[in-house]
Design a protein around this ligand. Sequence first.
Ligand SMILES: O=C(O)[C@H](O)[C@@H](O)[C@H](O)[C@H](O)COP(=O)(O)O
Length: 256
Amino acid sequence: MTVFKSIRHIIDEFDSEEALSVSLAKYTADLSEKFAKQKDSFTVVMSGGSLIKSLRKLVEAPYVDSIDWSKWHVFWVDERVVPKYHPDSNYLLAYDGFLSKVPIPSGNVYAINDALSAEAAADDYETCVKHLIHNKIISVSESSGFPKFDLMLLGMGPDGHVASLFPGHPLVQEKKKWVAFIKESPKPPPERITFTFPVINASENIALVVAGAGKAHPVHVALGNGEDSDVLPVQMVSPDEGKLTWFLDKDAASKL
Ligand SMILES: O=C(O)[C@H](O)[C@@H](O)[C@H](O)[C@H](O)COP(=O)(O)O
């Protein structure tokens, strides 16, 4: 059910993660249809972690047959700097749980160059995004000049991190770079690249997908009257002109 709604901010709470996954699939399929009609492409940015599991209804009927997968272009909001087929790879997680089950053209799936160092992989991914802006696959925010993805699918860690933007880390304040690197991630593995908040917040649509009691505290801080000394990264998710929708299960919302 919707527990809060304004023009650009919606909070939906579900009795179970199963119900959340059903709603997330419809939300995503509706956006896919809208953007495919509007601009003949649909740019989707994925997180790692449990998000991929929460997308499982998209690879089942009716959506697996109704979505025009040829229009999808898939990116990662963050990625571990490991080989693509390493158990820690977000690409492998998405491939096994999602990409291998739908006919998205392989040329439309933009994994990092796993032969590069963290620094070089970040620069390379930023160059890839700039190239796709030039080719009019990725839109640009007119107000900020940052890449404007159609849909950003974010998870959130139990410490309130999103992407690989962690509490107290300087990267949270990065205002210029589109893609940054971190070599000391508190969540293993240590080396990652990540979109920065200016890119995340330039998105047309952001879904914050949060399930489980382990997330209840940062949800309380972000959405309740949680007194917390430092602003958590999840509280910095605030689209400039787009729409933010929280998908919470009952357990994650249990402290609201
Ligand atoms: O690469 C990563 O680790 C993810 O992108 C990360 O940002 C994830 O979304 C959160 O840690 C939540 O993960 P869970 O949903 O599995 O708790």
